[in-house]
Design a protein around this ligand. Structure first.
Ligand SMILES: Cc1ncc(COP(=O)(O)O)c(C=O)c1O
Length: 333
């Protein structure tokens, strides 16, 4: 299990992020809840993608890349942080956004501030970004550049390694606090964070179930994607060793039903959940990811989510997304 230490990584995050009890919320929901504060990863305005970018940028630099190409929506936390991390590592940053140009607020404003070169596909389809990234990368190669090309969300096994590494950090904190959580809850989008956590839990034999709340894709697609990424991480972790099948044979847990009006658009249940957490614990949950995951946890605590129960004690991963707190629609624009 030496794979993690042999892979190139750049240090971007300030870790460990705090693991703290949420006493008021626990009382209200009748479950012992702790927050792992990855909104405080300490690069840009923080967030879960910082951990993925440590490995993705490490890999890009080791391959001799001189620029980074990725994309998503104009309010993507991922795209903004990828651009910021690229610039921090001395690479030019190119972002492809779906849709048409919009006023620069939230993440788009920050991406511009970071010096990202931003283009729009002109199509409202999220998938239009994938073709846009490929075309732009080809153009850059024709110009003699060496682009590091990353998919939406940075959802690759190398990116997902960030949360295998974070699992080690959490394991140390659990040891120090004596906490033995039965579940770890989080919002799932492209699947890299949950995939990395699943692989990490398997690797370290951690006691909890990783429960993802999908806020982007239908659950079956999400299950497949998380499983694939977890297996990819497992393979990287086992590099040089003869690892037995771990994650691939584990059940992936994804909860559906909390997307609300759509990806990137705040939901009523999420807004209520975010209000409750701000008013009880002094923690802001973003409207696109964290708020919807918390809405699911609140429902599960009251037994409303039939296919998954909140099993106490549990940890809720606060994944960041702070810039979208300041956008009118809570995400998509
Ligand atoms: C704030 C926040 N939380 C959660 C997620 C979901 O992470 P993943 O795409 O790895 O599933 C994202 C993805 O961009 C995010 O920005």
């Amino acid at each position: 299990m030496t794979g993690l230490w042999n892979l190139p990584r750049v240090e971007l995050a300030t870790v460990p992020t705090p693991l703290r009890p949420a006493p008021e919320l626990s009382t209200m929901l009748g479950a012992e809840i702790w927050f792992k504060r990855d909104d405080l990863t300490g690069f840009g305005l923080g967030g879960n993608k910082v951990r993925a970018l440590e490995y993705l940028l490490g890999d890009a630099l080791s391959q001799g890349s001189d620029c980074l190409v990725t994309g998503s929506g104009p309010q993507s936390n991922w795209a903004m942080l990828a651009a910021l991390a690229a610039r921090r590592c001395g690479l030019d940053a190119y972002l492809v956004c779906y849709g048409s140009p919009v006023p620069a607020t939230g993440n788009l404003l920050l991406a511009e501030l970071a010096g990202a070169r931003i283009t729009f596909t002109g199509s409202p389809e999220r998938a239009s970004v994938d073709a846009g990234i490929a075309t732009l990368a080809d153009e850059l190669r024709r110009d003699g550049r060496t682009p590091c090309v990353l998919p939406r969300g940075g959802a690759t096994p190398i990116g997902a390694l960030g949360y295998a590494h974070a699992s080690l950090e959490l394991a140390e904190q659990l040891l120090a606090t004596g906490l033995r959580p039965r579940q770890l809850w989080l919002a799932t989008g492209s699947g890299g964070t949950q995939g990395g956590l699943l692989a990490g839990a398997w690797w370290l034999q951690l006691p909890y179930e990783v429960v993802g709340v999908t806020v982007s894709r239908p659950a079956p697609q999400c299950l497949q994607q998380v499983g694939k990424l977890a297996a990819g991480v497992e393979k990287l972790l086992s590099a040089g060793a003869h690892g037995e099948a771990g994650v691939t044979s584990r059940a992936v847990t994804v909860i559906d039903g909390f997307l609300g009006p759509g990806y990137g658009i705040a939901s009523a249940a999420g807004t209520d959940a975010a209000r409750l957490v701000a008013r009880t614990e002094g923690v802001f949950l973003d409207p696109v990811f964290g708020a919807k995951a918390m809405a699911a946890l609140i429902s599960a605590s009251s037994g409303v989510v039939s296919h998954s129960r909140a099993i106490s004690p549990l940890v809720f991963l606060v994944t960041g997304g702070v810039p979208t707190l300041f956008t009118a629609t809570g995400g998509r624009t």
